[in-house]
Design a protein around this ligand. Structure first.
Ligand code: TYM
Length: 338
């Protein structure tokens, strides 16, 4: 656990590599907005992470703005919270290099996300994809952040960040210098699954657009995708136990619960014994009512890209004011600077 010597500070980020989807929103972004109310928060568009797999330069620039617009449209308030893109603050890259030298090959070899992303093509993956979790640890620890709101899939990366922090503190004999950041994985939808296959995570990289709801989808698309979502022939169960072997039903109930700001139990009780058709109508209506305002606000914000760039620049300035002294201290601790 984080020691009380560290002031609570929230840090999180998303990659600008295509459209954000409902999984990003329910697993992370929605919680970010809540945490902003009573904690200091730093939210980052992790553009250097996006380079770990090929991305067209023009698309990357656009995607950085789109993700920024999505954060703001969902409720991240740049007046209260620091909002910036990673590559504007070079301390992240500097600290990541130091962490490349702290982390062990064996630790990174265990990362399941690398294995999934590299697949059979491991030898041909970028080195950046392999050391990606070191950069993520640097993002967090450059600020000595203590809380990291993420979806379930980032849990292992957070454990690695804790291992890096602990090893750095031990190697350089600076007990408690870096906090051991806690993952904050909360809500009924910490792992939103594909609408086409309840055993697969909802993901930007899925070939089928029907597998996910994008934050840029219009109301018609949302309704269509939910209507076509895979289900099974039975009515919805009336208890937790009834979801065994029914991942698609469980996923849709979790999505409903998260969007309704309720619990899983409440959602189960509400739809117990009902047919999917009626449930899907209500789910579609709820999804449209929650997502469409975000989509239209995103569109409005994207009409003024200069304003988005200005927000990111101002955020980067504030971010540097916090992390530059920390990274300078790390450089002294490691002997890079006398
Ligand atoms: P990324 O860009 O893949 O995803 C952004 C956030 O969305 C969550 N998420 C999901 N949650 C629930 N269900 C899903 N299907 C789903 N898909 C994605 C992710 O858990 C994440 O919280 N490595 C990170 C980005 C990163 C970061 C950081 C995060 C870089 N530096 C520092 C926190 C702190 C990533 O690739 O997330």
């Amino acid at each position: 656990m984080t020691t009380p010597t560290h002031k609570p500070l929230v840090f999180s980020g998303m990659q600008p590599n295509g459209n954000l989807h409902l999984g990003n929103y329910l697993g992370a972004l929605k919680n970010w907005v809540k945490m902003q109310q009573d904690m200091n928060c730093i939210y980052c568009v992790v553009d250097m992470h996006a380079l770990t797999t090929w991305v067209d330069p023009k698309e990357l620039t656009q995607s950085i703005r789109e993700v920024t617009a999505a954060y703001i449209a969902a409720g991240v308030d740049p007046a209260k919270t620091i909002l910036f893109n990673q590559s504007q603050v070079h301390e992240h890259a500097e600290l990541a290099w130091i962490f490349n030298c702290v982390a062990r090959m064996g630790w990174l070899n265990r990362m399941t996300q690398f294995k999934e992303k590299a697949g059979k093509n491991r030898e041909n993956s970028s080195v950046g994809l392999f050391v990606y979790p070191d950069l993520m640890a640097a993002d967090i620890l450059a600020y000595k952040a203590t809380h990291v709101p993420v979806g379930e899939d980032q849990k292992q990366h957070l454990e690695l960040a804790r291992d890096i922090a602990q090893k750095f503190n031990n190697d350089y004999n600076v007990p408690d210098y870096f906090p051991l950041p806690d993952p904050v994985i909360t809500g009924p939808a910490t792992r939103v699954m594909s609408l086409r296959d309840g055993s697969k995570k909802m993901s930007k990289s899925d070939e089928s657009d029907y597998s996910r709801i994008n934050l840029t989808d219009d109301a018609d698309a949302i309704v269509q995708k939910i209507r076509k979502a895979r289900t099974d022939p039975n009515p919805l169960p009336d208890s937790e136990k009834g979801f065994e072997g029914r991942p698609e039903a469980e996923n849709l109930i979790n999505i409903y619960a998260a969007l309704a700001d309720g619990t899983r139990e409440q959602a189960i009780a509400r739809f117990a014994g009902r047919q999917f058709s009626g449930f899907k109508n209500e789910l579609a209506e709820l999804t449209v009512s929650k997502i469409s305002p975000i989509t239209s606000e995103m569109r409005r914000l994207l009409g003024d890209p200069a304003e988005i760039d200005r927000i990111l620049k101002a955020g980067a300035h504030k971010a540097r004011a916090i992390c530059a002294p920390i990274v300078a201290e790390v450089k002294r601790m490691t002997g890079l600077v006398g």
